[in-house]
Design a protein around this ligand. Sequence first.
Ligand SMILES: *Cc1c(COP(=O)(O)O)cnc(C)c1O
Length: 480
Amino acid sequence: MINKIRELEKLARLLEPNEYQRGKWNAEVLDYANAFLNNLNASKAYIKATENSKEIYNFGIEEQGIELAPLLESTTKNIDGVGINPASSGHMGYIPGGGLYPSALGDFIAAVSNRYAGVFYAAPGAVRVENMLIRWMCRLMGYQDTAFGNLTSGGSVANLIALVTAREVHGIKARDFERCVIYLTQQSHHSIIKAIQISGLSEAQLRYITLDENLKLSSTHLEEAIIEDIKNGLIPFYINASFGTTNTGAIDPLKSIATIAEKYKLWFHVDAAYGGFFKLVGKLDSKFEGIKEADSITLDPHKTLFLPYGTGTVLIKNKAHLLKTYHCLADYMQDIVGREDEISPADVSVEQTKHFRGMRMWLPLKLFGVKPFRAALEEKLYLTKYFYNEIQKITGIEVGPEPELSVAIFRYVPKNEDANAFNKKLIEAIQNDGRIFLSSTNIHTVFWIRIAVVQFKTHLKEIALLLTIIKELLKPGVLR
Ligand SMILES: *Cc1c(COP(=O)(O)O)cnc(C)c1O
């Protein structure tokens, strides 16, 4: 048996590269990262996937390991060379992602040491870092120390955690599902619908509240709907408001929604996945009025805090609610009891074992300080306003509501052609060009082109380039 063990050990030890091997790989990966970042200026924001990118299938999983070089080559070509490039300064479609460099270093450290960030007693330092970040975000939103939260994988999971917490706190049982009412709008993010389905509430009544002309929830209509539902013996229970809708960046009237939620004892959730971190720009404080009254808030550091994908946040005003919903103990975890002076992430989320996400957030915030984040966010607000002003100077361009944050919509209305069809052609041409990536949306059956200035590398130069591209495409004889 000893011989067998030794033989297996020899093979198993391939999983433990020595310093020389690590150094070699480190250098190769660093070269790859440097080449990627140095080439960003010359690379497109969007490259249509071609047949070529399927070559990645040549690297299926096999018994025998191979060298790193061909894998990195294939990564460059078949992974990073196709589709939308979220690291590009020209990415202004959907809600662009970030990718701060120190976050990559934080991920590296977190993966090398692999601290068990789910449980305080296993990794007190890691949990302290994450909880410190959560408390920082709670304070940013105006919450007291009685609030708490969790670093999630993204906004969708944050919205799910909030809804399930509300369901438990309001004691909504299966027999109530058909009678309980959830209030939202046509502009609510579709992850809310997913959360409703996952949490078992798909039988609940969904009330889509009327939007005003700026696509914000009408609080008058909200209150009328609640009164009507109570009269009909239903159980009004959850309001989903948006601080910055994904479509147009519209901000629902939080203050009056908070008053209504308080009056009728509904759970008030603010989905601020996109807009929340604009709180760092002090001048928007009045728009945030009422957010601290919310029972729960979703934030997405992988959007407006410029982190790489995989970092969202849910904040809950009353931490007891969060613990009530998620805390449960397994027998094999009895060692933990009484050893905690911080709440463990595993006690307030669906996850048990998890990546130490805090490291990728803490490192850039500490290395840069908050100041450049504030500046970058305020810059994005101005860039969007600037674009909104400039695009209107082009004859035939129509714009949506004045942008409150960093999303704006516009379209070209041709004289002798269907506007929707033309704007489809226009967005396709912008995407084929690829230097700037924009996406589109439909509002009340009107096709709009949408710009979202969220990538931290987007500056005046890229906005100017976008305006030039659009002007070129609108010249007679190009698309029309
Ligand atoms: C992006 C977004 C979400 C979903 O968050 P993910 O991080 O993509 O899971 C939810 N709500 C709003 C308003 C968003 O912009």
